[in-house]
Design a protein around this ligand. Structure first.
Ligand code: FES
Length: 223
């Protein structure tokens, strides 16, 4: 990095980037949020290991990782707000700006794309009144604040392709009729896509097989 680049980088820093660890008396942490963060901290030998669960708790509490929520978490953990913000802006599942009430993440990776992910995003966006390009490139909220749609990378459920995560539950395979139905159901507060939820489907490849006897052999050292 040249001296000039370094100077520009330093100049681009915001005052909050250099904020020290906030003290607990400087923030007003809701009891429930504080308890969740402290429970996460108790699970790890290093406090910093609890950063992701702490951010998750902030997101669950406020709907997104608000700057004030991250300050509160930083005070509980004894880390800087900038440390938590750097993680929240790195990981795709954290929202650092306000989002609609329901979140629909549509996988547009190879298996889902080959099986119609583009059409699925298009139908979801049309039903929700969202620009599909915007949704597929960073995510977008519907004007009524009810539905957030975002193109996402592989969610490890390729056997459901094309699939989506709707309010943290997997659904698939989905078609354009499902997309329209899902948006209506989300707005109405009714059950989403009955029968398409992963939790209600049999395991991929059929019923769960009996445990592989060779696993026991390896564990017992007989192999
Ligand atoms: S490619 Fe869509 S879940 Fe893997």
């Amino acid at each position: 990095m040249s001296a000039e680049e370094r100077r520009r980088l330093i100049e681009a820093m915001r005052p909050e980037d250099a904020e020290p660890v906030p003290q607990l008396h400087q923030v007003d942490v809701p009891d429930e949020l504080r308890e969740r963060i402290e429970a996460a901290m108790a699970k790890y030998p290093q406090v910093r290991s609890a950063a992701l669960p702490a951010l998750w708790a902030v997101q669950r509490h406020y709907g997104w990782c608000t700057p004030e929520g991250m300050r509160e978490a930083a005070a509980v953990m004894g880390v800087t707000p900038a440390y938590l913000e750097s993680l929240a802006t790195f990981y795709d599942l954290f929202r650092t700006s306000p989002v609609a009430r329901h979140q629909v993440l549509v996988c547009h990776n190879i298996s889902c794309w080959l099986r119609g992910a583009d059409d699925l995003i298009g139908a979801l966006c049309e039903a929700a009144g969202i620009d599909a390009h915007e949704a597929d490139h960073g995510g977008a909220n519907s004007p009524d604040g009810e539905v957030f749609v975002k193109g996402f990378e592989c969610m490890g459920a390729c056997d459901l392709a094309p699939m989506a995560s709707i309010d943290e539950r997997y659904y698939g395979p989905l078609d354009t009729d499902d997309a329209r139905a899902a948006v209506e159901q989300l707005r109405a507060g009714s059950e989403v896509l009955p029968g398409k939820a992963l939790a209600e489907r049999p395991a991929a490849g059929g019923p769960e097989p009996d445990p592989d006897p060779r696993v026991k052999e390896v564990e017992s050292g007989d192999a």
